[in-house]
Design a protein around this ligand. Structure first.
Ligand code: C2E
Ligand code: MG
Ligand code: MG
Length: 259
């Protein structure tokens, strides 16, 4: 197994805010296997607990190293429901932070909406313990599960990651824009950061900026990259040469005013 990292951006000024760690499997004959092809098997066999523990350690180690080099970025790690089924997980998170020296506020754990709604009481209890460490919690693939709004308020959550399926529909139909508007407003009403996943087109970015969605991630800006490529990307950014389209929400406002 190895990790690749996909940057996330502040949609106001297009500065990088962090990276999401994404697992890959280097198979001896099949080449590089994507997580959708092996995570279900790891979950079914319970191996996800061990592998997820490794992901957490490795991502924290890498995040701490980048931060020590002066890059003020966060690290997001995906967590499977199986990992959240035991109290051990809270200890694993604490140890990963202590052993790697990553500041808790630089770590975000991503939990899908479906996972959150399973075993609600226990999950809420464990997430509260994790958040007390100072770690951030994001709901992944938001909008695709069935979270009741009442429960949403009860979970200690910091961010909503709006599922890619909503972003894809943005330019296709009027309803697409209405749904994004509603999801971003829901996040704002609950004082949560909103992050849009899977931004591929400039037009999608423009609408999300108009809606004042806080952050974004997608192939328009950057694909998942290995650690070396992320370092080059961060250095290019820090040196002032823009590795991504640097059209900020403020630029857009200015050009709208002048036209
Ligand atoms: P996710 O957490 O929602 O991760 C985002 C996925 O969307 C990634 O796919 C990423 O490559 C893809 N993506 C990002 N931007 C775009 C875009 O603009 N267009 C398109 N078409 N796709 C985009 P990936 O890496 O294949 O991961 C798939 C899922 O596998 C993740 O979805 C996550 O649920 C799971 N996963 C990945 N790594 C881990 C891990 O370490 N542990 C666990 N439990 N699950 C993981
Ligand atoms: Mg994720
Ligand atoms: Mg997602």
């Amino acid at each position: 197994f190895f990790l690749v990292y996909q940057p996330t951006f502040n949609l106001r000024d297009m500065s990088p805010t962090g990276v999401e760690a994404l697992i890959r499997w280097k198979h001896p004959t099949r080449g590089i296997v994507q997580p959708s092809d092996f995570i279900p098997l790891l979950e079914a066999t319970g191996l996800i607990i061990e592998v997820g523990g490794w992901v957490l350690q490795e991502a924290c180690r890498q995040g701490a190293s980048w931060r020590r080099s002066g890059h003020d970025i966060g690290m997001a790690v995906n967590v499977s429901g199986r990992q959240l089924d035991t109290d051990e997980f809270v200890n694993d998170v604490r140890s990963a932070l202590v052993e790697t020296g990553l500041e808790p506020r630089a770590l975000t754990l991503e939990i899908t909406e479906t996972t959150l709604m399973h075993n609600i009481e226990e999950t809420a209890h464990r997430l509260t313990a994790i958040r007390e460490l100072g770690v951030r919690i994001a709901i992944d693939d938001f909008g695709t599960g069935y979270s009741s709004l009442a429960h949403l308020q009860q979970f200690p959550v910091d961010a909503l990651k709006i599922d890619r399926s909503f972003v894809c529909r943005l330019t296709q139909a009027h309803e697409g824009a209405a749904l994004i508007h509603t999801l971003v407003q829901l996040g704002k009403a609950l004082s949560l950061e909103t992050l849009a996943e899977g931004i591929e087109q400039q037009q999608e970015l423009s609408i999300l900026q108009e809606e004042q969605c806080d952050s974004g991630q997608g192939f328009l800006f950057a694909r998942p990259m290995d650690a070396g490529a992320i370092e080059t990307f961060l250095q290019t950014w820090a040196s002032g040469a823009a590795p991504i389209p640097r059209v900020t929400a403020d630029d857009r406002l200015a050009s709208a005013r002048s036209s």
